[in-house]
Write a protein that binds this ligand. Structure first.
Ligand code: KG4
Ligand code: ZN
Length: 351
């Protein structure tokens, strides 16, 4: 099967051609520079930028893969959750292609796609996916912090989620308080490498709570008060690096400890991690060390595929198509608040 997938849930426009479990192309056009000026993603601008960039990434994906559009046997697009207007740009383009080519359209859940991103790198990708089920999967991005129990394909339970800020949001907001450029996560990560993670003691929210939820807004407030009382810290290079290292240590410790505890409680032998924050060097190192110590298999998405991309959307769609799942009806709409647990091989709403 040859399938074209489109991703446009937030600020990355991406298209990918997937054939029999292999990713043949996956160009991504990021809008980071556009939104940096505003210190965060502006939904209206994101949607306009998707409209401008998607035709280009689609053409590029087809050209790189060497397939004319008429050879496609299916199309797929992220249907939700995400920014409504951003989702519309990609999903409606896919719907138009599906209609004009006379091929099925698979609307994909963005988080379910992330669950597959640790398997994208293998060729054919996902070949050993079933061997690592059940697993506990950490999805950490600018918009989400989720712990998911993946029992089997299409069989997921959300164990916990953030009660307030997402982990990536916490990285970005604390970095902003420190005066670092948007998006702050990568910059904070870079400075943290030369800092002392024990220099400042920041709260580890819900670390010992008897659930799998997260909360990061208290940590952000704690950084804000410290900087308000000690603005001089931002003027000293070493203190700034120590601050970055200490903030990262607090976020990473909570993510790692709660993920390992969830895996232990669910008695799974495999953990996976994906989403933009999985690029974080501290998280990658410490999750690897903790999994090794606990004798748990770890599958991390490759850095290039942690952030949003159409390859993960295409691989998942192809698996659904091959399992005989129903494509979307031609009048389907995007689902900006689509809960992961409503997937289970079914359509989000009956229309
Ligand atoms: O998955 P993603 O590209 O977009 C969504 O939010 O859906 O994730 C972006 C988030 C941002 O908050 C960004 O700061 C964070 O991932 N991020 C990082 C790193 N690289 C990206 N956070 C910490 N350390 C990094 N190296
Ligand atoms: Zn994402």
């Amino acid at each position: 099967m040859t399938l074209l997938a489109i991703e446009s849930s937030c600020d990355e426009s991406s298209a990918a051609v997937v054939q029999d479990g292999r990713v043949l192309s996956c160009p991504v056009s990021s809008q980071i520079k556009l939104h940096a000026e505003y210190g965060g993603v502006v939904p209206e601008l994101a949607a306009r930028e998707h409209l401008r960039n998607l035709p280009t990434v689609v053409r590029l994906a087809l050209a790189e893969a060497g397939f004319p559009v008429t050879t496609l046997q299916a199309v797929a697009a992220t249907r939700g959750p995400g920014l409504p207007a951003a989702l519309l740009a990609g999903y409606k383009l896919a719907q138009g292609m599906s209609f004009s080519l006379g091929v099925p359209l698979y609307g994909i859940h963005h988080h379910e796609a992330h669950l597959y991103s640790p398997w994208v790198a293998g060729q054919p990708a996902c070949a050993d996916f079933a061997a690592f089920q059940p697993n506990v999967s950490l999805i950490v991005s600018g918009g989400h912090t989720l712990l998911v129990l993946v029992r089997a394909e299409g069989n997921h339970t959300i164990l916990g989620a953030t009660l307030d800020d997402a982990a990536g949001e916490c990285f970005d907001k604390t970095a902003k308080i420190l005066g670092l450029p948007y998006p702050g996560g990568p910059e904070l990560d870079r400075l943290a490498r030369e800092g002392d993670p024990k220099a400042f003691s920041f709260p580890r929210p819900l670390l010992h709570s008897d659930n799998h939820d997260f909360s990061f807004s208290g940590l952000k407030t704690s950084v804000r008060y410290l900087v308000r009382d000690r603005p001089d810290l931002l003027q000293q290079g070493s203190a700034l690096r120590d601050l970055c290292a200490s903030i990262q240590a607090a976020i990473v410790e909570v993510l790692v400890a709660k993920t390992l505890r969830a895996a232990h409680r669910c008695r799974v032998a495999c953990i996976t991690a994906s989403g933009g924050v999985t690029c974080n060097s501290g998280l990658r190192t410490q999750l690897s060390a903790a999994c090794q110590a606990a004798g748990v298999e770890l599958r991390l998405a490759s850095r290039a595929l942690c952030t949003d991309n159409a390859a993960m959307v295409g691989l998942l769609a192809e698996r659904k198509a091959k399992r005989g799942e129903w494509p979307d009806p031609i009048d389907a709409e995007v689902e900006p608040s689509w809960p992961l647990e409503r997937i289970c091989g079914a359509q989000p709403t009956s229309r």
